[in-house]
Ligand binder design. Structure first.
Ligand SMILES: [Ca+2]
Ligand SMILES: [Ca+2]
Ligand SMILES: [Zn+2]
Length: 325
């Protein structure tokens, strides 16, 4: 799907769906003990995810990079962002973590402070080489079963989560801070997907009508955190958080745009479609380089993904300077 201009409010939300949310496509394998399920995502022309997968989030289809126009008009800021990167400066991101639970046990979504800190540690390890650190400032806990079950059973279709009535009510009530504040929400995403995020320019009007700021942040399934036995088996190391925060800092998927290379990052090899599992040696485009299956912005297992590239680090720092600082 292509981005389309939209009217206001519900139309703006619909636009966000069209722009960001086009396909699920990633790969969460079913949690330990759970029967594999075939997800019901519309993959469009993409190959189906392997049986037993759960989408990480949704595919993003863009034809024009909002950051490119910012770069053209802000050469000083571009230079400063690159110099800061070269000097290994670190940007500290304040985090507010919202636990949505249906009771006080872990099985009901009630993450402990230690488990939330463990997720923050995962983010700090993943983003340190790119010049970001994360400072947990506050945890909120909300007991509300209808929000805990944030995505309906057919949730792999973006309209069931991105811009849904539940998301709007939850975030209107809980979102805190400014464009600099990372709001993370944990809930049950019904094994339909692992998480979703908003991009930095969703609030500026550069890609459709601007969304209200309360939408900003990332949502993750609580079982994607490193929580021991209840964690998803191949998606239980906290890298859903890493992947979604990558979007929040302006990264697209490594496979967005397919072999035409639509992630707007030069040092990630082009990839025709999401990679699932950990398919070493996968090479879906004739362009140089093997598919970037170890990149946090692909859809592989948590144990497979381990890095951002320098080009992605630059892009995240520029996105911060342009849209969040
Ligand atoms: Ca690329
Ligand atoms: Ca290649
Ligand atoms: Zn994603």
């Amino acid at each position: 799907m292509r981005r389309s201009p939209a009217g206001r409010r519900t139309a703006a939300v619909a636009a966000a769906l069209v722009m960001l949310g086009t396909f699920g496509g990633s790969g969460l394998t079913a949690p330990a003990g759970a029967a594999p399920r075939t997800d019901c995502t519309d993959y469009g022309s993409l190959p189906q995810a392997p049986k037993g997968s759960i989408p990480r989030d949704d595919r993003i289809v863009v034809t024009k990079d909002p950051l490119a126009s910012w770069r053209a008009g802000n050469r000083t800021e571009v230079r400063e962002a690159r110099e800061a990167r070269a000097a290994a400066a670190t940007t500290t991101v304040p985090v507010v973590f919202h636990v949505i639970r249906k009771g006080t046990t872990l099985a009901k979504g009630n993450l402990t402070d230690d488990q939330i800190e463990a997720q923050i540690d995962v983010l700090n390890d993943a983003f340190a080489p790119s010049g970001f650190s994360f400072d947990l400032q506050k945890v909120t806990r909300t007991t509300k079963e209808s929000w805990f079950n944030l995505v309906s059973a057919n949730g792999a279709e973006p309209r069931f989560y991105r811009g849904s009535g539940k998301e709007v009510k939850m975030k209107k009530a809980l979102h805190e801070g400014t464009s600099r504040t990372l709001n993370i929400y944990s809930a049950s995403l019904a094994q339909s997907l692992l998480g979703w995020a908003y991009l930095p320019w969703d609030f500026t009007g550069e890609s459709g009508d601007p969304l209200p700021r309360f939408y900003d942040g990332v949502v993750v399934d609580y079982r994607s955190l490193p929580i021991g036995d209840l964690a998803y088996d191949v998606y239980g190391e906290g890298d859903t958080g890493t992947h979604e925060v990558g979007h929040w800092l302006g990264l697209f998927h490594t496979f967005d745009g397919g072999c035409e290379g639509g992630d707007f990052v030069d040092d990630t090899a082009a990839e025709a479609s999401p990679a699932f599992g950990c398919p070493e040696g996968r090479d879906t485009c004739t362009a140089p380089g093997l598919d970037p299956i170890t990149n946090f912005m692909d859809y592989t297992w948590d144990s497979c993904m381990n890095s951002f590239t320098p080009g992605q680090a630059t892009r995240m720092n520029e996105s911060w300077a342009a849209y969040r600082a």
